[in-house]
Design a protein around this ligand. Sequence first.
Ligand SMILES: CC(C)(COP(=O)(O)OP(=O)(O)OC[C@H]1O[C@@H](n2cnc3c(N)ncnc32)[C@H](O)[C@@H]1OP(=O)(O)O)[C@@H](O)C(=O)NCCC(=O)NCCSC(=O)C(=O)O
Length: 580
Amino acid sequence: MLTAASKLEATTANDAEQELTDGFHLIIDALKLNGLNTIYGVPGIPITDFGRMAQAEGIRVLSFRHEQNAGYAASIAGFLTKKPGVCLTVSAPGFLNGLTALAHATTNCFPMILISGSSEREIVDLQQGDYEEMDQLAVAKPLCKAAFRVLHAQDIGIGVARAIRAAVSGRPGGVYLDLPAKLFGQVMNADAGKKSLVKVIDAAPAQIPAPDSVKRALDVLKSAKKPLIILGKGAAYAQADGEIRTLIEKSGIPFLPMSMAKGLLPDTHPQCAGAARSTVLKDSDVVMLIGARLNWLLSHGKGKTWGDAPKKFIQIDIEPKEMDSNVEIVAPVVGDIGSCVSALVQGMGSNWQTPPADWIKTVQTKRDDNVAKMAPRLMNNNSPMDYHGALGVLRTIIKERPDAILVNEGANTLDLARGIIDMYQPRKRIDVGTWGIMGIGMGYSIAAAIETGKPVLAVEGDSAFGFSGMEVETICRYKLPVCVVIFNNDGIYRGTDVNPSGGSDVAPTVFVKGARYDKMMEAFGGVGVNAKTPDELKRAVNAAMDSGKPTLINAVIDPAAGSESGRIGNLNPQSVLKKK
Ligand SMILES: CC(C)(COP(=O)(O)OP(=O)(O)OC[C@H]1O[C@@H](n2cnc3c(N)ncnc32)[C@H](O)[C@@H]1OP(=O)(O)O)[C@@H](O)C(=O)NCCC(=O)NCCSC(=O)C(=O)O
């Protein structure tokens, strides 16, 4: 097979007999050798030619309007594929723009590699004022799982291999790869270059749990009267969907999916306790965490949310240091999720006792009660719309199109959509993650469309959309099947706040009233729709999903709808109704 290297021509008399390669092509060959065939980035000095050459060599190179969005795209590509998503940025400012996404990937345990061009070492180290001078390696180090710099062309193979292995092995995370401008142009013998490349074998080796730890966990689980299983996005990442389903169904234990674990088993599954969250957290006596961390999203495993009854925690995680991070873990099971869950299933044997019937009944009653209370609210056809009327429509659309990817960010738009829109398949819901970060919307949508080939529905608060809105041009440019619905209530949380000083500036949470975000999409050749009722919204989303055309729907939401409690992530769909 003809490699990129073999196409280079010899330049000097000495080289006349040998084929040459260079830094550009060695990086491209190293990525391709390891199946990294997509790059998300923004071109510029010193990586513009690299992007061109990568495209010429068959890598899919997707150019964004801002590095942060390209970085978010790479991060979620890592989550969806279990291969590191690659983001490519220019030096200093571009690098810094990408760094937020790299830190986000690390926090969320998504494998990602941020490759950044950088200035010349000699000048940077003496701080002589090079173009975009910055010691990027030092800046990146505390914000990612690993950081490497490659100075010599013959080390590119090892550098890329180290980056890949660091990103995906153990607990996945973000890796920084610093490539000084000079490296790209370094020339070496093509054969030697080829031999220097490394194909990473078994990048994320299985980590089998210790048999004792599995037995200990099963003993604790057996002793439970009110057991609960919590599925986190680590469980979704593992792609051990069949094993997890078997464990849940064989155990008969109610399960609570964290936001991005929704759909691992359908939210409509009889054991799903998503709509009985408070009850199961408070009243359970044994909780088994699978790829879920006891961080702020689970109130650190203590306090009011968890009730007064004594509780025992079993935790399954690939990272031993995760154990006892917030409360005592009586049965730590350390290993990759697939291996751990398989070992648990095996250890359960054939006569596993399902939980006491009164516990199952309590959970089901609470769940059915909450679902029934919400149901009528989802059917209203008010204009302007409220959150429930609009989300009721989107809930039906996802039910009818369960393989579509749902991207979700915002405050109220996030909190309410999470509860209202049921998910039916694994890894179909991607959202703000561990940091509750705003701005992932368009980057995630683009990567989801590229990596999965499925239609994407992005449900966005008007504020959240603003962080990545310019990428609608990117969506149109690549003709991606993305339908963006903006819940436009004229502001952050709501659009009715007033300036308490009586001055002429609007309140800090208020945007332009009656803004028409749909016009942004039309400006780039996409379809824009202004939807004022749930019926109009339904028609527009269905048309977008059928056609696959880039579409942006400005969903006009009552400016008074919404609540500030969304910002601390404790918005109860019912409590919003009570407040209104
Ligand atoms: C911390 C949380 C995991 C927990 O939130 P809670 O409100 O306690 O739980 P949930 O949202 O899951 O559920 C709320 C209630 O709805 C019930 N519930 C859930 N699903 C349903 C359905 N389908 N039908 C009826 N009722 C339901 C559930 O049982 C709870 O009721 P009861 O059982 O009766 O209690 C979540 O809020 C979260 O993920 N927050 C992240 C927020 C975030 O990142 N925000 C970004 C900030 S934006 C920003 O930057 C900013 O604002 O500033």
